[in-house]
Design a protein around this ligand. Structure first.
Ligand SMILES: [Zn+2]
Length: 214
């Protein structure tokens, strides 16, 4: 049996990680420290639940929608297809039709030029990230997709005035995974394990997401 290869597709949460405009910066600080003479080191975390690699639940854009602790674990874990589109600015249905996806694909993760942004040490929030248009969101619904992931902080374009892409996906119960880092990942089939923090009543949660090579 060949050794299992695990790819970490989560970004490190730290105060220097770019956040969505208007969100408070990430606070991760020690309030007790062995180096300061305390018996233990203890830290405090304060951040938007949409920080770094995270999951959006329906309640993010739908009143009384499901919250993150209610999301089905059997959707968050399972076979996923990584689609690589490094030269596109928008993921459109034409692109999706041109891809030959494996039959029964339920989880789609998009590797775009966004992924390179995470490795820039001076990375500031970039509003020109690649995302899905509303027509692609409808394509996901029509094609039985249950989870869709993107390698930046939103599944929809920054310039969108209406949150149509989010609404179409979330109304259909499709789980949205945002803030992935896919630069080291080749397109293809993997086993996805994505475990958002079990935040009661929250419309989203940071997640550790990994891919296991099959
Ligand atoms: Zn989000």
């Amino acid at each position: 049996m060949k050794p299992m290869k695990i790819l970490d597709i989560s970004v490190p949460i730290s105060p220097t990680l770019p956040v969505w405009p208007g969100d408070s910066a990430i606070v991760l600080e020690q309030f007790r420290a062995i180096a300061k003479g305390n018996a233990s080191t203890d830290s405090r975390l304060a951040c938007s639940v949409h920080s770094g690699t995270h999951v959006d639940a329906p309640a993010h854009f739908i009143e009384n929608g499901a919250t993150v602790e209610q999301l089905a674990l059997d959707v968050l874990v399972g076979r996923a297809t990584v689609v690589e589109r490094l030269n596109d600015d928008i993921i459109t249905p034409e692109i999706l039709e041109a891809e030959t996806l494996p039959a029964e694909t339920k989880r789609l993760l998009f590797k775009t030029k966004n992924s390179a942004l995470w490795s820039d040490p001076d990375h500031q929030f970039n509003p020109d990230f690649v995302a899905l248009n509303a027509e692609s969101a409808s394509w996901m619904v029509d094609n039985g997709i249950k989870l869709v992931g993107i390698d930046y902080l939103s599944i929809q374009m920054f310039k969108d005035t209406e949150p149509l892409t989010h609404r179409i996906l979330l109304e259909a119960g499709i789980i949205i995974l945002e803030g992935l880092s896919l630069q080291a990942v080749n397109p293809g089939e993997y086993q996805l394990i994505c475990l958002p923090l079990k935040l009661a009543g929250s419309e989203g949660a940071p997640a550790r997401a990994i891919l296991i090579e099959q």
